[in-house]
Design a protein around this ligand. Structure first.
Ligand code: NAD
Length: 413
């Protein structure tokens, strides 16, 4: 584990017992003390060590049960069944955040957006830099509130230690490449489901209350006849990536109900924007740079999907975080329109300054790009829209802006 900067109060993880005590201290006492499922036998956290010194300074309540971060709500709400949700939703409660995958595409934008909030005291970026890059953090890593930890979420003790003192987790780290499972079938379990289990266990051990999770449309499976709403079912994923996202949502929902967490999962369409690390636009821009005369296109080019700009995604996360009131909730986030892969190729050619028609498109054929690819995906986003969210860009506008940004990044490199 490489720690670029450490402002934390401890260097080793809290024990499971200590995590339980902190949880009780911070959120349950005095009226709302609920036993853990197996009496005081909280399952051991693999890799954790027993602590005898005091834990990190957290948002402890005062003797009247008032929460330091939100002094006005503690008195009136203790005893209410909705207490855990309200406290976790109170904007000031989000002060010390842990961002898994914070050096990646969406994560680095999220970190920049969080830091604009003066109420944020600390942002712990936990990333193994498998696809994330330190350069994506060049505008944020020097902020004194930021701590960048290079480590792998598969190491539970490292995650537990790094998360100490945080109140909210944004969990983004995962294998981003759906097609990789064709040759590495276990990848989405180890670099998806397993990571989420570790994140949740670290949260439980540390008494961290809220998790915001980046899921995806892969959970739904394939049904071009419908626009998927969040309550669509049965969800039958056709990729191990989608299976992992669905499993992770299930794990988060169950931890919310068993261990009093608050969870939000977001099922995004294809996210595009500056610092993209993968995706069709990313691929086309690089291929055209290498050889403008020809462009390989996976499938027959008719795959039709929604492409959403990363800024619209962040706006949705923030809004749902402020407005949602249930213990666990799921939101679709997509544009209302859809574009085909062939149309994206045309945009890439045009934005790259090439003459349309002079680049030869070479389709690999078939109705999808790779095994597990869902060629047509449509979303029903009424739920997030009912909270007041609306995408600012259409799919074509989002892709165009993303391609321009990626070209600039390549030229500046
Ligand atoms: P990304 O690859 O740019 O970011 C993932 C980050 O996680 C990277 O920085 C990577 O280094 C890190 N990471 C991966 N495995 C890790 C591990 N074992 N330990 C620590 N860090 C690890 O991808 P992104 O596009 O920013 O996606 C972020 C999240 O959003 C992912 O969960 C992805 O599945 C989800 N999502 C993305 C899209 C999209 O179109 N980009 C759509 C829907 C959902």
């Amino acid at each position: 584990m490489v720690r670029f900067r450490w402002r934390g109060e401890r260097s080793s993880p809290p024990s499971a017992d200590e995590g339980t005590r902190r949880y009780m201290r911070e959120f349950c006492e005095p009226q709302d003390v609920r036993p853990w499922p197996s009496g005081n036998g909280v399952p051991a956290v693999p890799g954790s060590s027993r602590q005898t010194h005091a834990g990190p300074s957290g948002p402890n309540p005062d003797r009247l049960g008032r929460h330091r971060c939100c002094p006005d709500v503690g008195l009136t709400l203790f005893g209410s069944p909705a207490l855990s949700v309200v406290l976790a939703n109170f904007p000031h409660a989000c002060k010390r955040v842990f961002v898994s995958g914070g050096a990646g595409f969406i994560g680095s934008h999220l970190v920049a957006s969080l830091l604009k909030d003066v109420g944020i005291e600390r942002v712990v970026i936990f990333d193994n830099f498998s696809s994330g890059q330190l350069s994506y953090l060049k505008d944020t890593a020097n902020d004194s509130r930021v701590e960048v930890i290079k480590a792998d979420l598969k190491e539970l003790s490292a995650v537990t230690s790094a998360m100490a003192g945080c109140d909210t987790v944004f969990h983004l780290a995962a294998n981003p490449d759906i097609a990789k499972a064709v040759t590495q079938p276990e990848i989405d379990f180890w670099e998806g489901t397993y990571l989420t289990q570790n994140v949740l266990e670290a949260m439980r051990a540390n008494g961290v209350r809220k998790i915001i999770y980046t899921s995806g449309s892969g959970v739904y499976g394939e049904n071009p006849a419908v626009a998927f709403a969040e309550d669509y079912g049965p969800c039958i994923p056709i990729s191990t990536y989608g299976a992992s996202k669905l499993a992770c949502e299930g794990l988060i929902a169950s931890y919310c109900h068993m261990f009093e967490l608050v969870g939000r999962a977001f099922r995004f369409a294809n996210v595009v924007g500056p610092r993209q690390t993968h995706g069709v636009g990313f691929d086309f821009v690089r291929r055209l740079k290498a050889d403008p005369t020809r462009l390989r296109i996976l499938g027959d080019g008719t795959q039709k999907k929604s492409y959403i700009h990363v800024e619209d995604v962040l706006a949705a996360i923030r809004l749902a975080d402020e407005r949602a009131t249930s213990i666990y909730d799921v939101f679709n986030v997509a544009t209302d329109d859809y574009i085909t892969v062939a149309e994206i190729a045309d945009l890439a050619v045009k934005v790259s300054g090439l003459t349309p028609g002079e680049t030869k498109y070479e389709f690999t054929g078939g109705d999808r790009g790779w095994k597990g690819d869902v060629p047509v995906v449509r979303f029903d986003c009424s739920k997030i829209k009912a909270l007041g969210w609306k995408a600012k860009r259409t799919s074509a506008e989002a892709v165009t802006d993303a391609i321009k940004a990626m070209l600039k990044e390549i030229n500046d490199a």
